[in-house]
Design a binder for this molecule. Sequence first.
Ligand SMILES: Nc1ncnc2c1ncn2[C@@H]1O[C@H](COP(=O)(O)OP(=O)(O)OP(=O)(O)O)[C@@H](O)[C@H]1O
Ligand SMILES: [Mg+2]
Length: 361
Amino acid sequence: MAEVRYERATRIYPGTDAPAVAALDLRISDGELLVLVGPSGSGKTTALRMLAGLEEVDGGAIHIGERDVTDDPPKARDVAMVFQNYALYPYLSVAANIAFPLKIAGVKKAERERRVHEAATMLGLTEYLERKPGQLSGGQRQRVAMGRAIVRDASVFLMDEPLSNLDAKLRVQMRADIAALQSRLGVTTVYVTHDQSEAMTLGHRVAVLHNGHLQQCDAPRVLYDRPANRFVAGFIGSPAMNFLDVPLGENGSVSLGGVDVPLPDDVRAASSAGGWSDLVVGVRPESLELAPEGISAEVQVVEDIGADAYVFCVTTIGGVERKLVARSSARRAPERGARVALRPVAGEAHLFDPISGARLG
Ligand SMILES: Nc1ncnc2c1ncn2[C@@H]1O[C@H](COP(=O)(O)OP(=O)(O)OP(=O)(O)O)[C@@H](O)[C@H]1O
Ligand SMILES: [Mg+2]
């Protein structure tokens, strides 16, 4: 078990200009489950492969425990990786697949059997040990791949979208299994996904990447409640946060649908120093209410999800058409085509710098 540190770790692929991972600073505590999340191409796999030793580090350093492993080969790093395409050996039994890394490492047969049995018990695979991968379901195959990582007793687990081949229901189940297993084993784990809801439910902390740059690394609750910038605010949460460019009033405040959004002093100061004419206001769907008065909008789609409904609306602000999503109780949701008024819940709006997108206040 070990702490993992990226110190301004950078990867620039040959023939490209922009780094795939740019000066990444990240510290993962011993026993922590950290999720790396971001859109496609944001550098998640590259960051993971740098840690595994499968990708060169062009700048900065990577530490595992006390050791600087930046120039160490993969074998010397004591990490176990589970890939999206978990590539089991089709002609080997489940037991032999799980035992494979131990065999390579020259572990004796009796010890191999003991560890395979232990991993299989943990993963609920004991009754399948003699089967071939082709005789297993997708979820069972995924567990075999996990087993292959577990038996190695590595100090760090790396997982790159390990559940993306599974259907939605199984994914949710396996997610819970992985969380339970990780906490039981207490092995430092870096888990990559592009799915923000998977990141939020699984990670002790979540690191958000965008274009190779770390945007924020925090507990899921903090990412949701206090996103560091507009990118994180829009990426975390579903449906996404609503953003509106709102003109700054004469008194230096902004008003949205008749609700005044008070500006903290430092925001006022920044806005007058920057000479801004407007601010970006972010409102989550659950912080946008259907009210007797507010922003006038037309309902385009109502998505009923059981107790709640998401009401997708369109409005015109300053001559520009804008889409807004509000959450309502499903039983009181308006009809498609209805005219409604939307009002942000006081005190629940987020403010962002109109130029840099950084959080204000
Ligand atoms: N071998 C390579 N040579 C050149 N560029 C590469 C190479 N591998 C990846 N890239 C580029 O580096 C960037 C980051 O890629 P990476 O695979 O790390 O993204 P990702 O976040 O894992 O995306 P996804 O969610 O699609 O898996 C992308 O712009 C990609 O095109
Ligand atoms: Mg990837």
